[in-house]
Design a protein around this ligand. Structure first.
Ligand code: ADP
Ligand code: MG
Length: 485
């Protein structure tokens, strides 16, 4: 990235609401059904059909508004956004336009250096999803339309252009996904398209206040691709400017295989959607009582949980944000802490390391979710407890852990079966130490003549003789005594 420039990024995120039925019809929203088995006359846009607003989708919208500290509008309006496309049989999409249900929120993002940054959310409006055109089945000259997705409720969450780097954009997506999942309004699955992102990117010389001309990148289906596309696009724009050119405001597509963005349409051919309030739908009124009722059922949110973890368990900001990025991670962690009257029985820092380093790496490698972890929280807790009580060393623990991943056995059973228990028995260790000293008489002599650096050699020999199972603290103590003569 050219050092004279900075990026300006605003994200438009579409989140499919996890209601059972669609925004304006009773059809099922279940993913993966046979094409067109979940589309009724309303979804098909038959003449004379009347939309009926799904109240569960409205409640989900209010929940999100409260979760991001936004204003929930007492009155919002559904409008018709007119355009023609084969996957949109009505010829218009019902969406909120001038008066969205949620305005002026804030998402606090966690950066890798442990700092946070507030990103403003301009608005969230409710709208219906379109159907899908399918081109890759059957005859090459034929296209198909699947209307199962038509009418599924979407939240469109629009950020202000407050993001400055691809990393910040990634952190924003992660936090937004965590919030949506914590409040249980969207499954956050980007692969299945329940969470989608369009990225608006512009660049400007550092120190310049005015915003540069932006391009919007569509088709981003993973956080990694959001970040890659932004970096590519910013570099492309800087090259154009440095060559004396101008940025054309465009909609661009991300091509995953080529790892580049390419022009789809310019702003000049932007649609005029002829928005107008949908005469089939009354303005949506949300009472203060309804907002209060929903506020009272709000679960703990990721940021609140993060603060609690820092406070109650003395974790670093970074560790706390990693553990609270998903409720499942947090629940696993708290289960493994073995809380007694709210107090952890395990050392939180040691447990965090085992979870975020060893366990996460293993799960990642196996492509598994924490919910399918072969090691249960109780088992990880037991492993940490064995280390804390000096039953096994950290090194042996890794060996035990590898076996736990393979077999899902309890760590104490593995230690027992394989005879991995740490040797703290002074009698046994003294014997071994004596043997090591007998075998290395000249080293003993050197030590006694003042070469204290050779002490490590003796520790190493004892460890070797015990296959790493000797308790290092006890070994140190006994060795010092024995060598002193
Ligand atoms: P439109 O009405 O064309 O959708 P908006 O003003 O609603 O445009 O902005 C859409 C998104 O683009 C928002 O996320 C906003 O933050 C972002 N955005 C607006 N201007 C810029 C810019 N100059 N550079 C980067 N992002 C921008
Ligand atoms: Mg807009």
């Amino acid at each position: 990235m050219h050092p004279d420039y900075e990026m300006v990024i605003g994200l438009e995120v579409h989140a499919q609401v996890n209601t059972k039925s669609k925004l304006f019809s009773g059809s099922s929203t279940e993913f993966g059904a046979e094409p067109n088995t979940q589309a009724n006359c309303i979804d098909l846009g038959m003449p004379g059909m009347l939309p009926v607003l799904n109240q569960a989708a409205v409640s989900a919208g209010i929940k999100l508004g409260l979760a991001i500290g936004a204003t929930v509008s007492p009155v919002s309006v559904f409008a018709r956004k007119n355009y023609y496309y084969p996957d949109l049989p009505k010829g218009y999409q019902i969406s909120q336009y001038e008066k969205p249900i949620v305005e002026n929120g804030m998402v606090s993002i966690d950066l890798d250096d442990g700092t946070t940054k507030e990103i403003r959310v301009e608005r969230m409006h409710l709208e219906e999803d379109a159907g899908k055109s399918v081109h890759d089945i059957g005859l090459e000259s034929h296209s198909h339309v699947d209307l199962n997705r038509a009418g599924i409720p979407l939240m469109e969450i629009v950020s202000r252009p407050d993001l400055r780097t691809p990393e910040e954009a990634g952190a924003y997506m992660k936090k937004l996904r965590a919030i949506l999942r914590f409040i249980d309004v969207c499954d956050g699955n980007m692969e299945q398209g329940s969470l989608r992102c369009d990225a608006n990117v512009s660049v400007r010389k550092k120190g310049v206040e005015t915003l540069g001309t932006r391009c919007e990148i569509k088709n981003l289906n993973s956080i990694r691709n959001v970040m890659r596309a932004i970096q590519y696009e910013a570099d492309r724009q800087i090259d154009v400017l440095e060559d004396g050119g101008k940025i054309q405001q465009q909609t661009r597509l991300w091509d995953n295989d080529k790892a580049e963005t390419r022009a789809m349409r310019s702003k000049e051919d932007a649609h005029d959607y002829r928005y107008f309030p949908d005469p089939d739908l009354l303005p949506l009124r949300v009472s203060g009582a309804r907002i209060t009722e929903i506020r009272e059922t709000m679960p703990e949110l990721p940021d609140q949980m993060k603060e609690r973890f820092i406070e109650a368990y003395g974790l670093s900001v970074y560790d706390a944000s990693v553990l609270t990025i998903s409720r499942q991670n947090a629940e696993y962690f708290e289960a493994a802490l073995s809380l007694k009257n709210g107090k952890p029985e395990r050392d939180p820092k040691l447990l965090t390391n085992w979870m975020t380093v060893e366990l996460f790496a293993a799960l990642n490698k196996a492509g598994k979710d924490i919910m399918d972890s072969p090691v249960s929280p109780e088992q990880l807790s037991e492993l940490v407890s064995l280390i804390e009580e000096g039953e096994i060393s950290g090194k042996i623990a890794k060996q035990v852990f590898a076996e736990m991943l393979e077999t899902s056995k309890d760590p104490s059973n593995i230690v027992e079966e394989k005879g991995l228990k740490q040797i703290s028995d002074t009698g046994a260790l003294e014997e071994i130490i004596q043997k090591v000293m007998d075998d290395n008489e000249d080293s003993v002599e050197k030590y006694r003549n003042g070469n204290e650096r050779i002490f490590g050699f003796f520790v190493g020999q004892v460890m070797k003789a015990t296959q790493g199972q000797a308790n290092p603290g006890v070994v140190n103590e006994l060795l010092k005594k024995a060598l002193a003569g």
